[in-house]
Design a protein around this ligand. Structure first.
Ligand SMILES: Nc1ncnc2c1ncn2[C@@H]1O[C@H](COP(=O)(O)OP(=O)(O)OP(=O)(O)O)[C@@H](O)[C@H]1O
Length: 295
């Protein structure tokens, strides 16, 4: 199967409030895709549609070839969901929950779970509900790894994790995903983690998908150019050349998929006089803020 997840023309509203219209994306089998977006752009909504919690107002998603609203038990057992670190049966301790979940998953592997749990500084009988936020996230991640699903869907997987644990988990996930040919779909606001982990990126704005491509394409083609604006008219607008821009007094930054020559020609054609034009290297976080804007 070429795609483990296919979402076509998703449209969702909560009452009269639009989240997005006609949102489409695919996740290639065996790849790691990151869904990035500012607060409230619809990432959790999308995961809840995939999870079958929400029915989209229009459009549809297919998971391992089946409509996400009507997954068979067999397909369900091949998909692991992590919903913002949430654990449903949090009145259990880590042993009880492992035994409980193991009944439902034929490929259950308790070794990686207990290996992760051995790192937790908790008492043996401690209920999950009394653990710290990051500890609960660690239990949730351990459970999903034990499930050993073909497809992992993880919303805000790094919620509450400390930097060392995050690094450990991201490195583990990247290696494990490739070695075991897993398909992984993640959202996170910790963009540095995404940079280490994902093969493909979908960036959401309030208007829908702003960009979707491989990470290589995005990082090699999306560019920031800074320059000093000289006196005269400055008519910067978003269009086919300028994806986004930022201006503080006479210092301007423009973000574009075009080459420096194309952007210089564009500025000249618009009659914008400038000095000190230069390309500024970007991290994924810079590029994310560049394309979505600061506020
Ligand atoms: N049950 C609901 N009823 C009404 N509006 C909702 C409901 N759930 C979400 N929304 C709204 O829909 C929009 C998308 O929310 P969603 O939780 O999908 O965003 P998100 O991208 O996951 O945000 P964040 O990054 O903050 O987690 C937001 O404006 C949110 O307020």
């Amino acid at each position: 199967m070429e795609y483990a997840v296919e979402c076509r023309n998703l449209t969702h509203y909560y009452g009269a409030k639009k989240v997005y219209e006609n949102m489409s994306f695919n996740i290639k089998t065996g790849s790691i895709l990151g869904l990035l977006g500012k607060n409230g752009t619809g990432k959790t909504t999308t995961i809840n549609i995939l999870n079958g919690f929400l029915e989209p107002k229009a459009g549809e998603c297919f998971i391992l070839g089946e409509n996400s609203q009507y997954l068979s038990p067999e397909t369900k057992s091949k998909v692991g969901f992590l919903l913002e670190g949430h654990i449903q049966y949090d009145f259990m301790n880590i042993y009880q929950i492992e035994k409980f979940y193991s009944q439902f998953y034929p490929q259950w592997k308790k070794e990686p779970y207990y290996e992760l749990m051995s790192k937790l500084k908790i008492t043996d009988k401690q209920k999950i509900s009394t653990m710290s936020c990051g500890q609960q996230s660690q239990v949730a991640l351990g459970l999903i790894l034990a499930q050993d699903p073909d497809l992992m869907i993880m919303d805000d997987f790094s919620m509450g994790l400390d930097p060392g644990y995050r690094r450990l988990f991201v490195e583990f996930l990247a290696e494990y995903g490739k070695a075991e040919n897993k398909t992984i779909f993640v959202t996170s606001h910790i963009i540095q983690d995404m940079e280490r982990l994902i093969d493909d990126v979908v960036i959401m704005g309030y208007e829908g998908v702003l960009h979707s491509s491989s990470m290589d394409y995005f990082m090699n083609h999306f560019r920031q150019y800074d320059f000093q604006v000289k006196d005269g008219p400055v008519d910067l607008t978003k269009d086919d050349v300028i994806t986004n821009y930022d201006r503080v007094k006479n210092h301007a930054s423009v973000y574009s998929f075009k080459s420096p020559e194309d952007v210089k020609k564009y500025l000249k054609d618009k009659g914008i006089a400038y000095d000190n034009f230069r390309e500024v290297p970007m991290t994924l976080e810079d590029a994310f803020i560049g394309i979505t804007g600061k506020y």
